[in-house]
Design a protein around this ligand. Structure first.
Ligand code: PA5
Length: 493
């Protein structure tokens, strides 16, 4: 069998005989997980998704991706949390490190810009500046269709798009990924006749990267989504084995729980490849939202080495001993660069002559693991032979399944996130959001709502003296008048 993603636990002080004590518990949890798919009470659709994904939807994704590639310089991906991090993780892991900075001719596919994942006006204004006169499309992603951050961003950029291209053309550049039936976004998409993609109702946000949530933006960036799913499919089959002895994914879940029970409450996911920055972010969300509840849970954090060895390294080596690390090791780098001879050797690096940087990076990794293990920071190592679509699909599935198993062993529900509501309730109260039982606002006809929209933003522009706020409404002010009236198409100004 191809071992393209492999777990090594020999730097943890935990032996097979120790973790095998959990074998029965794991086998029962495995059966339960698979049984629960059928009774549809838990959002477990992701478990069988790599084999049971909607083939027609996949073709539609590819078709839309081609269209976006052909008519857009920029794809704006609007989403937050599980509706954002997975796509970015894959796009950044598998593309050029400087994908968005490359010349268009080098990149060949649109720049991907993420919005709706914060509430900073500066960020939004800077994206507006970046767009300038360039052609854009939008993929707005929200399962609930009501999340504040993406909803605000969509309102702003939809208006920008309508002003830029006119209503008719704008409709062709907006792609909505949301629930099949519910939510405000679904309502808007139906009303405006946008191209829509369905987020399966039995797949929660942070388990949804391999659904249209992640696949459309990933495909737009030129990544082979078939291969990504193929790798996940391989993992789905591989981890059907409920025997802990042969299941690396479950071993990872068990060992991290054993470490947790042994006062190791913080897990650092470590990588020596900067392209994995957002994979770490995605993993943090997956495990943090899944396990951190009921006063329990490993705190998931990340580090990028060797960069962070010069910031966090001291703490990891000698600070409070409540840490363990999981290192992602990419066995074979896609490229390498040789270190050449320098006659003067003032930097004393000639001992490295002829070696590739990959080897230096690997030796750094080995040295760090040894040092940290000696410093009582146990290390798990997940090795993938190469960083490619197939292996990344595998790794994504590995983490999703490990997370479900780990949360189950921990005794929490890994599929809900009740704690996320708390800040929202406070924020809504502070912002004066009407309560559900308050007088509903009378639904407006489309015509009415458009004219209200126009007069409102004009008023805002006039009354607002701050430069930055002016910037937001610049598009409304300058472009709206001519384009909304004429709707003549792009660059009508
Ligand atoms: O994992 C989750 O369920 C969350 O992180 C959601 O993905 C996030 O809150 C965004 O929700 P939505 O897709 O409904 O906008």
């Amino acid at each position: 069998m191809i071992q393209n993603v492999k777990l090594d636990f020999k730097h943890t002080n935990i032996e097979e005989k120790d973790f095998m004590k959990y074998a029965e518990e794991v086998a029962i949890a495995h059966e339960e997980l698979h049984k629960k798919i059928k009774d549809k009470k838990e959002p477990l659709g992701w478990l069988e998704w790599p084999t049971k994904y909607d083939k027609r939807e996949l073709e539609k994704i590819k078709k839309s991706a081609k269209k976006i590639q052909s008519d857009s310089d920029i794809l704006l991906v609007i989403g937050i949390g599980g509706s954002y991090l997975g796509a970015r993780a894959v796009i950044e892991a598998l593309n050029h490190t400087f994908y968005n900075y490359l010349l268009k001719e080098q990149r060949k596919t649109p720049q991907i810009i993420y919005v709706g994942n914060n509430l900073s006006p500066n960020y939004i204004n800077d994206v507006i500046d970046l767009i300038g006169t360039r052609d854009i499309s939008i993929n707005v992603i929200s399962k609930s269709g009501t999340t504040t951050e993406p909803a605000i961003a969509f309102r702003i950029f939809r208006e920008l798009l309508e002003n830029k291209y006119g209503l008719k053309e704008a409709k062709k550049r907006i792609y909505v990924t949301t629930d099949k039936k519910q939510g405000a976004l679904k309502q808007i998409a139906d009303q405006e006749d946008y191209t829509t993609f369905v987020i399966p109702s039995n797949i929660g946000g942070r388990y949804s990267v391999l659904t249209p949530v992640g696949l459309l933006p990933i495909a737009v960036s030129g990544i082979d989504i078939d291969k990504l799913l193929e790798g996940a499919r391989f993992a789905e089959e591989k981890y059907l084995d409920k025997n802990l002895k042969y299941n690396d994914c479950y071993k990872y879940a068990v060992i991290r729980n054993m470490l947790y029970r042994n006062q190791k409450g913080i897990e650092i996911l470590v990588s020596y490849e900067p392209k994995l920055h957002y994979l770490i972010e995605w993993w943090k969300q997956l495990f943090g939202e899944s396990e951190g509840k009921g006063g329990k849970g490993i705190y998931p954090t990340g580090a990028e080495f060797t960069t962070d060895l010069h910031s966090l390294g001291q703490y990891i080596q000698e600070g409070k001993r409540f840490l363990f690390e999981t290192t992602i090791n990419i066995k074979e780098s896609a490229t390498d660069i040789k270190i050449n001879q320098d006659e003067d050797n003032l930097d004393e690096l000639n001992y490295l002559v002829g070696k590739g940087l990959e080897e230096v990076n690997k030796k750094a990794m080995e040295g760090v693991i040894k040092a940290h293990e000696e410093g009582d920071v146990p290390n798990l190592i997940i090795t993938m032979d190469k960083l490619n679509e197939y292996n990344l699909g595998h790794l994504i599935y590995f983490f999703e399944l490990a997370c479900a198993m780990s949360g189950t062993l921990l005794g929490v529900n890994p599929f809900n996130q009740p704690g996320v509501e708390k800040y929202k309730a406070n924020m809504f109260e502070l912002l004066g959001k009407p309560q559900k039982n308050e007088e509903p606002i009378k639904a407006k006809t489309k015509k009415e709502s458009k004219s209200t929209k126009e007069s409102k933003s004009t008023k805002e522009t006039k009354s607002n003296k701050e430069e930055k706020t002016k910037k937001v409404s610049k598009s409304s002010k300058e472009e709206k008048v001519s384009k909304r009236k004429t709707s003549k198409g792009k660059h009508a100004e």
